[in-house]
Design a protein around this ligand. Structure first.
Ligand code: NAD
Length: 338
């Protein structure tokens, strides 16, 4: 098999860590990114760690002639599809933007792949596809019922991929449902750098610890959980990146569509995460309890057994490692990549 892999959104948070993992494993990733939510500094960061930078093409994944040019110029055999918009809140305010960007661009990418006879793709899906009323931990067979447009775009793309696989057995599709990615490469050269105000807990916590925010708002402490705050399944971005390599290797041996949860299987409450960040950073983080946020479910935890058994993938990092690596990145880059 050829070792060129097109990585859409490869300059972003999860993409950049996965590009590094691909390079370390001997693949030749080609990053296609429009830098709408990332910085070229992430590519420089990869170079500092690996000693070499990947091929980078600046452009939009929805630009089919550009994508076809890439397929004509390089012997690409597979695609890791990270690009897309990811804010649940923004998707509720502007759903059409999310359908156009996420579903529209994916359709264009898939059509170009089909025209170029490239049939292997790994898609970044999300735990938001599950029905929040379902019993945790979620298995890949748990009912789906996304409650916001972002999650719905992810499920739409999953269903489009299912249709493709049914139409042509040549397709090899991996759907990775990520839980809550956190952490950074321990070097501090690449990490999460949200361009807008983050909605996710870890970047908000880190910005509070570094002094960019005065306090952390906790949205509700009256949930049906032991300490009343929401429980999530945090997973180190390096474990996620390795999951993509395992999935790619699985698809080299198996046709069809395969869905895997990527989470640790362990839930951590907001209060527990705040305490862990206080311990790791030594900073007394101010918090304030406020009312519940629309669309937050009380618990979202993965059952990762399918990924463990089929992919021989096991998460290696503890919640303490995740906080320490995220803090190391934040301390070395208090204002992000700028
Ligand atoms: N981070 C999370 O919490 C999380 C959880 C579950 C799923 N996901 C999914 O994983 C993927 C990667 O997430 P991330 O956290 O690395 O996000 P990110 O925003 O850091 O990375 C996405 C990258 O895609 C690029 N991009 C966006 N639209 C593009 C387009 N039309 N053409 C080319 N490039 C484009 C952005 O510039 C960015 O570099 C996304 O699809 C996201 O929905 C993320």
């Amino acid at each position: 098999m050829s070792d060129y892999v097109l990585v859409t959104g490869g300059a972003g948070y999860i993409g950049s860590h996965s590009v590094l993992a691909l390079m370390e494993a001997g693949y030749n990733p080609i990053v296609l990114d429009n830098f709408s939510n990332s910085s070229k500094e992430s590519i420089t960061g990869i170079g500092k760690i690996y000693g070499n930078t990947p091929i980078v093409i600046e452009g939009d994944v929805g630009n089919s002639s550009l994508v076809m040019d890439i397929f004509s110029n390089y012997d690409v055999n597979s695609v890791l599809h990270f690009s897309g918009l990811k804010s649940v809140e923004e998707s509720m305010a502007d759903p059409l933007k999310y359908y156009i960007e996420n579903v529209g661009s994916s359709l264009s990418l898939l059509r170009t792949m089909q025209a170029a006879s490239i049939h292997t793709i790994i898609f970044s899906s999300s735990a938001t596809v599950y029905d929040p009323e379902s019993q945790v931990p979620y298995t890949e067979n748990s009912p789906t019922n996304p409650i916001n447009p972002y999650g719905h775009t992810k499920l739409c793309i999953e269903q489009i991929l299912q249709g493709l696989v049914s139409s042509n057995p040549k397709w090899r599709v991996g759907i990775l449902r990520y839980f809550n990615p956190v952490g950074a490469h321990p070097s501090g050269h690449i990490g999460e750098d949200p361009k807008q105000t983050p909605n996710n807990l870890m970047p908000l916590l880190m910005q509070t610890a570094i002094g960019r925010k005065e306090k952390l708002l906790i949205f509700g402490d009256d949930y049906d959980t032991p300490d009343g705050t929401c429980i999530r399944d945090y997973i180190h971005v390096l474990d996620l990146a390795r999951g993509h390599l395992s999935a790619l290797s699985y698809l080299e041996r198996h046709q069809g569509l395969h869905i895997w949860n990527l989470g640790t299987g362990t839930g951590t409450s907001i209060k527990e995460l705040v305490d862990k960040v206080r311990e790791v950073t030594g900073v007394e983080i101010k918090t304030e309890i406020t009312s519940r946020r629309l669309g937050d479910s009380s618990k979202a935890v993965a059952d990762p057994e399918k990924a463990k058994s089929e992919l021989s993938w096991h998460p290696e990092y503890s919640i303490g490692n995740m906080c320490a690596d995220h803090w190391n990145w934040q301390r070395q880059n208090p204002d992000g990549y700028q």
